[in-house]
Design a protein around this ligand. Sequence first.
Ligand SMILES: [Zn+2]
Length: 314
Amino acid sequence: MEPVSSSTSLGPGDTLVAVDVGGTTTRVGAVTREGAGDMDRFSSSRLGGEPLDSLAAIIHAAVPHGKTLIGAVVGLPVSFDAACIVALSSPNLAGFEGVAVAKELTKKLGVPVVVDRDTVLLATGEWISGAGAGAASMLGVFIGTGIGGAMLVAGVPYRGASGGAVEVGHLPIRDHGRRCICGNIDCLEAYASGHALEAIARDAGVPVADVFTHPAAAEGVATYVGALAHGLAAAVNMLDPHVLLLGGGLHGRPGFPRDALAAAIRQHLRAPVPSTSVEIRHAILGSDAVLHAAPVLFARAQTGRRSAPLPVPC
Ligand SMILES: [Zn+2]
């Protein structure tokens, strides 16, 4: 049982289930007053068919024997409207577009369900208990199948006017006409997604598991790092966060060029700020971050304060 500081808000016997749905892997874990158990992982392809039915079954199955499900918090790799009700776009996950996910899951489970972008859960967990702890503002960027971001101001996500803020993966960074999964051309994800990395490995003739360490892929990986650095530096120059937190499945792989990426980002930061002010940190919780975030996001949803207020002029 892993201690979760935010779980003390739960009553005896209460169970909150946290789910992190990824483009390729989904993880689920239960949080009780005593802390959190290990997360189970399985292929996201299990969500095929009727994904909401599958999710409901997965949530039920995660409740420990003798405990009571009081709610669930689900992170999805999709864009929501500003109120986090309807999934607007989900290029990395089929079956969710146009669906009021929380409402439908609440109906199926009979308990309140909170949904949010996966990046908001991951960033919030790192801000509460991980590498982002104490940051007055934090841009979390998660590098995996896609590249997602979340900007927390005093721990609360900034969502923009329509819910589409901090789409780091879709910053245009090149002029080569390469198609992105979102339909636009030359987005960061067209050059630095998991699929782009697979293509780099294929071109170099090395297994994708070895792409960061095999000399034959070094040139391709340098191009990948350069693309990431352009996108991430643009985001930092725009948002000026106290902390840039890097995480995600690919970032957590052995051999991921963390130092080279941090150095390349810094090359493109505006001086003197944010070049000298931003701290670059690396996520430490992995997918477990959602277990730390779940009780806080669940409680916030009950009080209605889910977004950072728009900044006021100085
Ligand atoms: Zn795009």
